[in-house]
Ligand binder design. Structure first.
Ligand code: FAD
Length: 261
């Protein structure tokens, strides 16, 4: 069918978090991104929950990407040039596949800067501040100054079925935790719109559901005490390693200041 279930455009906090959620729900997910997430310009991030004395924003981005990779997200470093509906005349299925020309085909063709094209059933646009690759689609955009935002409903759906927008591109507040949270919200909306069985993405102690004679709902996982301790040890080791040394990269300066220098 399509190359990917979900293709996310943009690997900032919104896109990475959306991809994390769809991959953990077993949708085959790829992030295509180029250029720097805007948070790399921040000097020290002091308002992202969970870090009492703040956190290096470049470390937060690296760690979030590693978390997405550990959960099965694939990455392509390229610019998306164009997103178009799959061409019904030129369907992406192999001639010997189960589908035939009479079957309904839904999804998108995503053309990359290097000329390659990928197909995806769902696309999440999280590419602050560039929506130009969506111009062929019948979407409402919100213009504010030189910036264009993609119009979405309360849950991140655009007017095109299967296309969502997340983070700052979807005119969310310009704050890191809001971008991450919106990425998660959009991903769960996508899951609810899809046929993928999903209840919540929760990891709970053994017996939390089954102890009440309930099935473990889709998306949830029960783990026993030994597995809980194993995961905690792995998590502590990963955090220790990530903060062992100061992050090597400097903040990125605003382009106009950098140009003056
Ligand atoms: C200087 C500065 C300091 C900040 N400080 C704070 C702070 O202290 N606290 C706070 O909460 N927030 C802060 N923010 C805001 C916060 O960084 C953003 O709101 C948030 O990170 C936006 O995330 P995003 O995922 O929506 O976008 P981004 O992180 O910008 O991610 C979008 C990604 O998509 C890529 N992309 C764009 N077009 C394409 C394309 N066509 N194909 C492929 N990839 C593409 C971009 O290069 C980028 O990597 C700050 C912002 C700035 C500029």
């Amino acid at each position: 069918m399509t190359d990917q279930d979900v293709l996310v455009v943009g690997g900032g906090l919104a896109g990475l978090t959306a991809a994390l959620f769809t991959a953990r729900a077993d949708l085959d997910t790829r992030v295509v991104s180029t250029g720097e997430p805007i948070l790399r310009r921040n000097a020290h991030l002091e308002n992202f929950p969970g870090f009492p004395a703040g956190v290096n924003p470049r470390l937060l981005l690296d760690s979030t990407r590693e978390q997405a990779e550990r959960n099965g997200v694939a990455f392509t470093d390229d610019r998306v040039e164009r997103v178009a509906p799959l061409d019904a005349e030129d369907p992406p299925y192999p001639e010997d596949g189960d589908l035939g020309p009479d079957d309904e085909v839904s999804g998108f063709t995503v053309t990359l800067d290097d000329g390659d094209a990928l197909t995806a059933t769902y696309v999440v646009a999280a590419s602050w501040s560039d929506p130009s690759y969506l111009d062929e689609l019948d979407l409402s955009m919100v213009q504010r100054g030189s910036k264009r935002f993609v119009g979405v409903d309360d849950l991140g759906r655009t007017e095109v079925d299967g296309l969502y927008a997340a983070g700052r591109l979807a005119k969310q507040y310009h704050q890191a935790v809001v971008a991450a949270g919106h990425g998660a919200q959009v991903a769960i909306t996508l899951l609810e719109d899809s046929e993928q069985p999903f209840y919540h993405d929760w990891v709970v102690p053994e017996g939390y559901f089954t102890g009440r004679d309930r099935e473990v709902p889709p998306g949830c996982e029960e783990i026993d005490e030994a597995e809980r301790r194993r995961r905690e040890d792995e998590a502590r080791a990963a955090i220790r390693e990530s903060v062992a040394d100061p992050h090597p990269d400097e903040p990125t300066m605003h382009p106009s200041v950098a140009d003056e220098k």
